[in-house]
Write a protein that binds this ligand. Structure first.
Ligand code: ASP
Ligand code: MG
Length: 467
């Protein structure tokens, strides 16, 4: 089987974890052709981001301290992981070269006193550049041949939208197949850095936070992998957050579409574009834990065999949001009202999570994160109050509760079950949305009612008996 394994940062954060990952790779390699994609070691990307903030604030000393933290983290790991002295020496030498480059880059940025999107991506790419060296050396240390490649080196070509780039898939496919086919023929295991690629001028670009998942599916689709496994510290997708619902269950199978919805909410955050490359190629994906490899995890496919049996597969919640009710008589029957409101918010870089408008058209209700609420309200007040808007009503500390499952489509009585359960538990519902895909039914309650709502729905749909 041609297998692509992607490891998240928490799966490779200690020497023991990395050794276990290398052993698992070694044993899988006996039966399979492997490609490995890695995130940065835990906390490294966060530290790099903090370095960029320190540079902006002209806190050179702080930036220096953070670099030291990154250096010692990787040096310590290298010393503990690698048993063969020659491999260890070579690894430490390579790491030192990277550290010198990192320091030089930061010095340059400090001198200029600015962080451009391009220099930021270059800076952030160091996390994965360092991690792949450690993982590849750990595999070598077990006597198995492996090389490390950055996203740029393997052939991921993107547009020049730094910080949120998109791959140019045709060029990427050609380059990746060429690079990897030659390694496959020599039975060498490639360890590829996720998160980053390069634009057509060779400048390093990144896909945005969590982008290694996206790298994995880009590469997997280019080489037509038989399966892609996302290895992290969670067992898979769950019917609910186990911290809220004690008998929450692991979902054995979900569809791509369901997984996209769940990824937005659940404990396993997946980069939103991850599933795009899989949709046409229909490559099965498994979401698994590197700490519990006996557990098969959640299988994500285009047409899961079990899916039709369950109306609802999972109930999740996002707390700490604000609800804004926008009212005004002149909104009724006036084309362009919604466009004006949303353009105004977009210009202020505010992300709207939920929208609803009733047919009377006299109000539009939106939900934004609590952290965006202040800015959203003041922007609307400044730009539109007294014009198309008469009144804004704001409620803070609200939670979105979402039910996800493709079986809801066309099933009669889901809404009555949901809101019946809310009534029984005396939970007030402030807003409701359901797209016509019927894949996701979401509503808003007070933060303090969120856990009650999740538990009640998990019970109502008997999700502990799923699978
Ligand atoms: N290291 C990057 C991040 O932390 C990419 C990833 O982990 O997928 O966002
Ligand atoms: Mg990560």
């Amino acid at each position: 089987m041609k297998l692509l394994l992607k490891y998240g940062g928490t799966s490779i954060s200690t020497a023991k974890d990395i050794q276990n990952v290398a052993k698992h790779i070694q044993s899988l390699s006996k039966q399979n052709q492997l490609v490995i994609v890695c995130s940065a070691i835990s906390n490294t990307t966060d530290d790099l981001i903090e370095i960029s903030q320190s540079i902006k604030k002209e806190k050179k000393k702080k930036a220096g301290q953070l670099v030291k933290k990154i250096v010692s983290r990787h040096q310590e790991l290298a010393k503990h992981i690698i048993k063969k002295s020659q491999i260890r020496k070579k690894l430490l030498q390579t790491l030192n070269e990277y550290f010198a480059e990192l320091v030089a880059l930061i010095d340059g940025m400090v001198l200029l006193g600015e962080v451009t999107p391009r220099s930021m991506d270059y800076l952030l790419s160091f996390g994965e550049r360092l991690s792949i060296k450690l993982i590849s050396a750990a595999i070598n240390d077990l006597g198995k041949e492996s090389v490390s490649l950055t996203g740029k080196e393997v052939g991921i070509v993107t547009d020049s939208n730094f910080g949120e780039s998109k791959p140019l898939m045709d060029t990427t496919r050609l380059r990746i197949s060429k690079t990897l086919d030659s390694l496959f023929s020599k039975k060498i295991i490639p360890v590829i850095g996720g998160f980053a690629g390069a634009d057509q001028h060779g400048h390093v670009t990144t896909f945005g936070r969590g982008g290694s998942d996206y790298s994995a599916t880009i590469i997997g689709s280019c080489i037509k992998a038989d399966e892609i496994w996302l290895m992290s510290d969670v067992d898979g997708l769950m019917t609910a957050d186990p911290k809220i619902v004690k008998n929450a269950k692991l979902l054995k199978e979900v569809s791509y579409l369901e997984a996209i919805e769940m990824a937005m909410f659940g404990a396993k955050q997946i980069h939103p574009r991850t599933f795009e490359p899989l949709l046409t190629k229909k490559i099965p994906m498994k979401i698994r834990s590197s700490f519990n490899v006996k557990n098969e995890g959640t299988l994500v496919t285009s047409s899961p065999s079990l899916s039709s049996k369950n109306t609802v597969k999972c109930v999740s919640n996002i707390s700490h949001n604000g609800l804004i009710d926008i009212r005004g008589g002149s909104m009724v029957g006036t084309p362009g009202t919604a466009a004006t409101i949303f353009t105004t918010l977009a210009n202020a870089s505010i992300n709207v999570m939920m929208i609803s408008q009733n047919p009377s058209e006299s109000s539009i209700t939106i939900v934004v994160k609590n952290t965006d609420l202040d800015k959203a309200v003041s922007t609307l007040e400044m730009e539109l109050l007294g014009k198309i808007i008469k009144k804004l009503e704001v409620t803070t500390n609200m939670a979105i509760i979402a039910l996800i499952g493709s079986g809801m489509r066309g099933t009669v009585g889901v809404a009555s079950k949901v809101f019946g359960a809310m009534e029984k538990n005396k939970v007030n519902v402030s807003m409701i949305t359901q797209g016509s895909s019927e894949l996701n039914l979401a509503f808003v309650v007070k933060n303090s009612d969120a856990n009650t709502a999740v538990k009640a729905l998990h019970n109502e749909f008997e999700l502990s008996k799923i699978n």
